[in-house]
Write a new protein. Structure first.
Length: 286
């Protein structure tokens, strides 16, 4: 077996990286790869065999938490250790950058590999889908929806940290153009936000379910004319069920559960409040 050459991704690698992902069913990833490559908190890598790009992987640094994502190997070259090789390098780089806890969302194919590398299941993301809708949401009295600005980054980041236990400001700052903030009319209190790294989904954080419902409706509106479905997510504890209140809210508004995927950690546990989370930023970021 040839050894995999692993190096940082460059802009010239984007077409080949998108093509190898599309060969395995990950379609339309070019713009997302370009966004990741331009983000200073993300470290995209490529794996090559005899000069041909056959694998990808990346690490995202959120303070002491590092996310491992976009692990992909050419379907014709799987089960040869290449996936573990690029995952090892992503983990090594994250730990060298000071990340003490590593996190990832595992596919069925990757889960046994990650378990052998010391990752454990921490929770499950339950993915829900709904049809896009043409009409937008109506904020309740005393609240307003508006586009996020750079000046909001710290406030949005603080609310996000309350939910995730991570410092994701570096990611969120790069999503200012696709983030919406729900706040009180006086602008003093952020009630929740929707940030999108993918057109059909986004991270939704809101302590109040009524506010979450507004942001979920906003997501469906933003997907209208772009994708076939909007995707939200609830967190299921590893030893329990999703919140009955959250489940009833989504089901009552036309959302349907589709599948679950495990969140795995290596290193210390993260102090977070998953009850505030109604959507994920992406499978590479949680």
């Amino acid at each position: 077996m040839m050894s995999l050459e692993i190096r940082p991704m460059t802009p010239d690698d984007v077409p080949a990286a998108a093509a190898v992902m599309e060969s395995g069913g990950w379609r339309g990833r070019g713009p997302f790869i370009e966004w990741c490559l331009a983000n200073p908190t993300i470290d995209p890598l490529v794996g090559l065999l005899d000069g041909r790009l056959v694998a990808t992987g990346q690490g995202a640094r959120n303070g002491p938490v590092g996310w491992v994502g976009s692990i992909f190997v050419d379907p014709t070259l799987r089960r040869r250790g290449y996936g573990q090789a690029i995952t090892d390098e992503v983990c090594r780089r994250l730990e060298a950058a000071g990340c003490t806890t590593l996190a990832l969302i595992a596919s069925d194919l990757g889960r046994p590999i990650y378990a052998a590398m010391g990752f454990r299941i921490d929770a499950w993301y339950q993915i829900w889908e709904a049809a896009p809708q043409e009409t937008g949401p109506r904020p309740r009295a005393g609240t307003r929806l508006r586009a996020m600005t750079g000046a909001d980054a710290d406030r949005v980041g603080a609310l996000d940290r309350r939910a995730t236990g991570e410092d994701r400001r570096g990611l969120l700052r790069e999503l200012t153009d696709s983030t919406w903030l729900l706040e009180t009319d006086d602008g003093e209190e952020p009630l929740g936000f929707l940030a999108q790294a993918h057109p059909e989904s986004g991270t939704i954080v809101a302590p109040d379910p009524d506010d979450a419902a507004i942001l979920l409706d906003l997501l469906r509106k933003r997907v209208h004319g772009i994708g076939e479905v909007a995707r939200a997510a609830l967190v299921r504890p590893n030893d329990g069920e999703v919140s009955p209140t959250a489940r009833a809210l989504l089901a009552g508004r036309g959302w349907q559960p589709r599948f679950e995927t495990p969140r795995m950690l290596r290193g210390p546990s993260i102090e977070w409040d998953p009850s505030l989370i109604w959507g994920v930023l992406g499978f590479a970021f949680g």
